[in-house]
Design a protein around this ligand. Structure first.
Ligand code: NAP
Length: 848
């Protein structure tokens, strides 16, 4: 068994959230971080002036509405120390520190196909095995210093902005050379110019930059904005760049010049880069349209910089605006009006060498006391290339990617099973608001791992075909834009010898998300999911209890709820009131009405939930409660949730309870109600039976009885942790014997004793449907099981028997959940998730 379920490489925005999400899914996780603090890019890039160029309200996690509401940003664009404080707050708030190991660099990750595990080596000489590896190493973390001749001989200090000394650097009175004028260079330059005796800026390519208009966040703006945060986040998720940008929706080429100027001036005054690029529909796809923005920015540079020759040198002319990252600064261009700043054009006068005293270009020499390199990164692939990653048959990732990165959806790569990349090449990543893209990837990866674990797949691997098709799509979309026209790090042009491949996906954050969701919904289309363990053996995955479920268990323990088997049926029924109060109400449903069904043994009360007119079919639902407790009222919240999720009528049945009415009273009522609904309510539309626990038993038995009698025909049976057999000698019973996990072995014996006091009756298939001699001809089933549940293994057994009889079965196992979680809709998020999954299966069965 592996040491861990998942190793996460890196603890920046991506790694931090990956730890939280995977852990919440009940998996054991460890993140290794090379830095002595968390934060990734925000840890390392602590140079003066470092500031995010995406607004703080956008550049923050959305997964926790409470975090979102309670954290306040001080500035419109957050400075590096504030982002770092935020990330540390997140780690504190969600208790992530125990699963993050700092000062530890992952140096190798080796796949073993025999054990289906990764061996991960770290620079502390330790080795861990893990079933899954999540690479959250960052798109811009492998910094690069140009190989200038003589750098070693330089007598003064030199720095790369991405490895800035944490104690800071004092440039007062020094002659400083700055190489690089990308996003970083233009941020650090004004800060150095402020204190240095002289600053020489060595510019190879001039860059477009627009103002930030940074300012403190107005508390009133924040208050009002936060009332609509959830909706705003939804817009961000569906947007092109991960930030809702209001564009004009028109073409720049078709716009009258006056109007064009008005739009650009407005956006220039408002600040920010994305509003510029999103102003017109054709700015990023049509050179003439793009030129209108480019010329507007060049005019602003000429207006700002007093020396016309310097201004001209600062005007970018060699690539479309936006095709390299559009920089943002409030003071960069004005800095050139200072007498202590000199711009050196190293395009016409290239740097030849570094000497002990300074920097020599082809035509001149610059005496320097310190050099700052803001020369960028081996982007997108550099961080992974620096780890010895080997997939199937020992294939190194660097070898596979020798001609450029290939990855399906940018999230996985063929030949490297169970390895996922957060914002990898081929995903929107650096062309979007990174936090939005990170959250989407982490959530998708977590779902995929959960899917693999719950379905007992040992390996998840992208196919070469899917990867190839996606790669072609990424390139096709890129070449329909102006992006490939620049020598940017997006194509690897900044690294000598790096293959020129356009790495990020420019199709848009919303479009990309939709594609990823489709892939998952189709059972992870484009991936091969394999089981290589001997049949019948369950995977040895260490599964902890879902934190919300644990809170429920802790609450019960604190309240001193006695075990069911120690109580009378009346006490158990009365004891359900606080549970119902804890769960609270379900969602609103358009129409809810109570009806009476004429049963053979008398009236059967029922409740009909109709979420919309023209229901595509009807679900007959049986509540749980061990045939002894529970009612339509008690189960109201979760049945409402299911009705809304399924979008169809659900009829919840108040069947007779034991011990007042023993077997077969409950199943007779259940079946009578089903027959009546079929003939009087369903109107010939598809019919589904569903139920949880003892209600799952009644649903399975109703399906058996419908097959054995003359119907009705059923489109689906939904069995939520069903009771399927009276044999309590199963592994899951042994596991929960005497342990308080909502239900234990003694409780279940107590329920059986009340429902079928005659032990012989328990083997009747209408009490223990697993004992039916023939399972063929039964309706398709959706079986849901929970890990920490004595009923788990009989759920598995029932699904297996149905499958063996060629009945189509979808089995969904909730790896960290407890018995009863489906009913706890306002308390355990997985209840809503399960309702959504069941709802989708019901809609599909009804032909939706
Ligand atoms: P960059 O955009 O790659 O810029 C590197 C600069 O160094 C360029 O001006 C480049 O010139 C120059 N350079 C590289 N090698 C050189 C050489 N041998 N001789 C002379 N000049 C050389 O790197 P960055 O500025 O660190 O930014 C990288 C990315 O990080 C940004 O695009 C952005 O996505 C992100 N970032 C964001 C923020 C923010 O949120 N505000 C801040 C910083 C960085 P050429 O252009 O001619 O190659």
């Amino acid at each position: 068994m592996a040491d861990l379920d998942v190793v996460v490489v890196g603890a920046g925005f991506a790694g931090i959230y990956a730890v939280h999400a995977l852990r919440s899914a009940g998996l054991t996780v460890r993140a290794f971080e090379a830095g002595s603090g968390i934060g990734g890019t925000w840890f390392w890039n602590c140079y003066p002036g470092a500031r995010c160029d995406v607004e703080s309200k956008d550049y923050s996690y959305s997964f926790s509405p409470e975090l979102e509401q309670e954290w306040s940003w001080s500035e419109r664009y957050p400075a590096q120390p504030e982002v770092l404080r935020y990330l540390n707050h997140v780690a504190d708030r969600f208790g992530l520190w125990p699963d993050i190991q700092l000062d530890t660099r992952v140096i190798a990750a080796i796949w073993d196909g025999e054990t289906a595990e990764w061996t991960v080596r770290t620079d502390d000489r330790a080795e861990r095995t893990a079933r899954f590896c999540v690479m959250a190493a960052g798109c811009l973390s492998a910094y690069q210093v140009p190989a200038f001749r003589g750098l070693d001989s330089f007598r003064g200090p030199w720095y790369h902005t991405s490895r800035w000394p944490r104690e800071g650097v004092d440039f007062t009175g020094l002659r400083v050379g700055l190489v690089g004028t990308g996003s970083t260079g233009i941020q650090v330059a004004p800060e150095i110019a402020e204190v240095a005796e002289r600053l020489y800026v060595f510019q190879r390519t001039a860059n477009f930059a627009v103002p930030n208009r940074n300012a403190p966040v107005d508390p009133e703006f924040e208050r009002v904005f936060k009332t609509g945060y959830r909706e705003y986040r939804e817009q961000a998720r569906a947007s092109l760049l991960g930030v809702p940008v209001a564009g004009t929706g028109r073409s720049a080429r078709a716009e009258p010049p006056d109007e064009l100027q008005r739009t650009y001036i407005e956006r220039w005054q408002a600040g920010g880069g994305m509003p510029f690029l999103g102003a017109y529909t054709d700015v990023l796809i049509d050179r003439a349209a793009n030129d209108t923005v480019a010329e507007f920015i060049r005019e602003r540079i000429r207006e700002t910089v007093r020396d016309p020759a310097v201004a001209e040198l600062l005007c970018p002319t060699t690539y479309p605006v936006g095709a390299k990252r559009l920089c943002q600064s409030d003071d960069y261009f004005a800095m050139y009006n200072r007498p202590n700043v000199t711009l050196v054009d190293v395009r016409s006068d290239p740097i030849e060498e570094v000497t002990p005293d300074g920097l020599r270009t082809a035509d001149g020499f610059y005496a320097l006391d310190a050099i700052v390199f803001a020369t960028g990164f081996d982007a997108m692939t550099g961080a992974l290339a620096r780890i010895d990653i080997r997939g199937t048959d020992g294939l190194p990732l660097t070898e596979k990617w020798a001609a450029g990165p290939r990855a399906y959806l940018g999230v996985a790569t063929a030949g490297f099973p169970n390895m996922f990349m957060v914002t990898g090449p081929g995903s929107p990543s650096v062309l979007s608001n990174m936090v939005v893209s990170i959250e989407q990837h982490v959530e998708w990866i977590t779902d995929c791992i959960e899917h693999a674990v719950s379905h007992e797949y040992t390996c998840v691997e992208a196919t070469s075909e899917a990867e190839k098709a996606w790669g072609e799509h990424v390139i096709e979309v890129a070449y329909s834009t102006l992006f490939p026209m620049a020598d940017s790090w997006y194509v690897g042009a900044n690294i000598p010898g790096k293959p020129r491949v356009f790495a990020p996906y420019i199709g848009g954050v919303g479009t990309y998300r939709a594609r990823c969701d489709e892939v998952a919904l189709a059972g992870y289309e484009g991936f091969v999911l394999t089981v290589s363990l001997a049949e019948g053996r369950r995977l040895a995955v260490s599964v902890s209890v879902n934190p919300q479920a644990q809170e429920v268990l802790d609450g019960r323990a604190a309240a001193g709820v006695p075990p069911t088997w120690e109580q009378t049926p009346e006490e158990v029924r009365a004891g359900f009131a606080p549970v119902k109060a804890m769960i609270g109400p379900g969602p609103a449903v358009a129409s809810v009405r109570d009806i009476i069904i004429p049963g053979k043994a008398g009236e059967i009360p029922a409740r009909v939930y109709s979420p919309a007119p023209d229901s595509p079919g009807t679900v007959v639902y049986y509540h749980g409660g061990g045939w002894v407790l529970g009612s339509v009222d008690d189960w109201d919240a979760c049945v409402r949730t299911l009705a809304v999720a399924a979008g169809c009528d659900v009829v919840s049945i108040d069947y007779r309870l034991a011990p007042e009415h023993v077997f077969p009273a409950a199943t007779d009522d259940a079946y009578d109600a089903l027959v009546w609904v079929a003939s009087s309510l369903a109107g010939g539309r598809p019919l589904v039976v569903a139920g949880d626990s003892a209600g799952g038993n009644l649903a399975a038995v109703s399906a058996l009885r419908a097959r054995d009698s003359s119907g009705p025909a059923l489109a689906l049976q939904v069995l939520i942790y069903p009771v399927t057999d009276h044999d309590l000698d199963r592994e899951s019973y042994r596991q929960y014997d005497g342990r308080e996990f909502i239900l234990n072995k003694a409780d279940m014996a107590w329920f059986w004793d009340h429902y079928t006091p005659d032990p012989a009756a328990r083997s009747n298939p209408y009490a223990s449907p697993l004992r039916a001699s023939d399972m063929s001809g039964l309706p398709p089933a959706f079986v849901l099981t929970a890990e920490h549940d004595p009923l788990r293994d009989e759920g598995y057994a029932f699904a297996d028997r149905l499958r063996a009889a060629r009945v189509p079965v979808e089995h969904r196992h909730y790896g960290s959940q407890i018995h009863g979680f489906f009913t706890m809709v306002n308390v355990i998020d997985d209840a809503d998730k399960a309702a959504a999954e069941l709802g989708a299966a019901i809609r599909a069965a009804m032909g939706g």
